[in-house]
Design a protein. Structure first.
Length: 317
């Protein structure tokens, strides 16, 4: 069973348009005398603004680049800012698709245009978060907040990183700042509720780590059971890793519950043997009699993790 790993981090393109488009001198052709030649740089700029407003970010970026190249010294005011927003919007779409090479190149373009932009730095953090490097993503989120304490995306990213690192209280704190700064931010309230449910159940759990996994468990789970699970998980990781040439970049969290706590934390059906939502979650009972089933469930949920990282848009199964 699988649910989506995280509530997606939505692009700032629409917000940036509202903040930036009003600064751009959109000039009507009707305001010019018939005998006066049109300012081609302004024409490219105006077309770019119109396309940006329709969400056609690639086409808009082409126009803004032409405006910049046509009149480098007297380019339309604000064109570099809105071109940067187009590049970030395209980057966001590519990251959703898992196209990291093109996304990285667009980020490099954005950095060359606006090296001190908090949003550019934050999107670099998003890039590393999607790649599976949460610590590097956290560094960029913190750097973005040094540039702008009101950077909503940076708080979102930092919340997601802290959530992955099992710092649930800090994740909730960061996520609560996002809607305070922008009440229309989608998905964040759902993530806060989810993290608060988990925190209420998992606060007293112990945590152990191996090379590729971190297991959280309550007092109902015996230490021998945890050791056996680590052995199975590392074997599964090695077996699948050899086949697909993929291993976790950072330890993957596995949370063990009672049936009641599993249902409360995940709000899923009582018959579910486990799920993957960025972490592997499993109810553990009758371990001695259910070893084969538990090992099979671990393999199934870990495969969700691997395929999700390799394909990014794999349908749920």
């Amino acid at each position: 069973m699988i649910v989506r790993k995280e509530v997606p981090l939505k692009t700032f393109a629409a917000v940036l348009l509202g903040l930036l488009a009003w600064t751009l001198p959109v000039r009507s052709q009707d305001s010019q005398p018939a005998s006066m030649p049109a300012d081609e740089a302004t024409q490219w700029n105006n077309e770019g603004v119109a396309l940006h407003g329709k969400g056609k970010y690639h086409e808009a970026a082409v126009r803004f680049r032409k405006a910049i190249d046509w009149q480098k010294k007297n380019r339309p005011e604000g064109v570099e800012d809105i071109l940067t927003s187009c590049l970030l919007a395209q980057t966001d779409a590519l990251l959703e698709q898992g196209d990291f090479g093109p996304a990285e190149r667009l980020l490099d373009d954005a950095k060359s245009l606006a090296p001190k932009s908090a949003n550019v730095v934050a999107y670099t953090g998003l890039f590393f978060l999607r790649l599976g490097y949460p610590e590097t993503a956290l560094t960029h989120a913190n750097d973005a907040l040094l540039l702008d304490r009101a950077c909503v995306l940076a708080y979102e990213i930092r919340g997601h990183v802290r959530y992955r690192l099992e710092e649930l209280e800090k994740a909730i704190e960061d996520w609560k700042k996002a809607p305070e700064l922008d009440a229309k931010r989608p998905g964040i309230k759902d993530m806060i509720k989810k993290a608060e449910r988990e925190l209420a159940i998992e606060a007293s759990m112990q945590k152990e780590r191996s090379t590729h996994f971190s297991i959280k468990f309550g007092e109902q789970v015996e230490r021998d059971t945890v050791d056996q699970l680590f052995t199975w998980l590392e074997d599964i990781c090695f077996e699948i890793g050899e086949r697909f040439h993929f291993y976790p970049a950072s330890p993957l969290t596995v949370v063990l519950y009672t049936d009641q706590d599993f249902n409360a934390a995940t709000e899923t059906h009582s018959w579910a043997g486990g799920l993957f939502d960025g972490k592997i979650r499993m109810p553990i009972k009758n371990f001695g009699r259910a070893k084969a089933q538990i090992r099979s469930t671990l393999r199934h949920e870990y495969t969700h993790f691997v395929i999700g990282n390799l394909t990014r848009n794999c349908p749920a199964w």
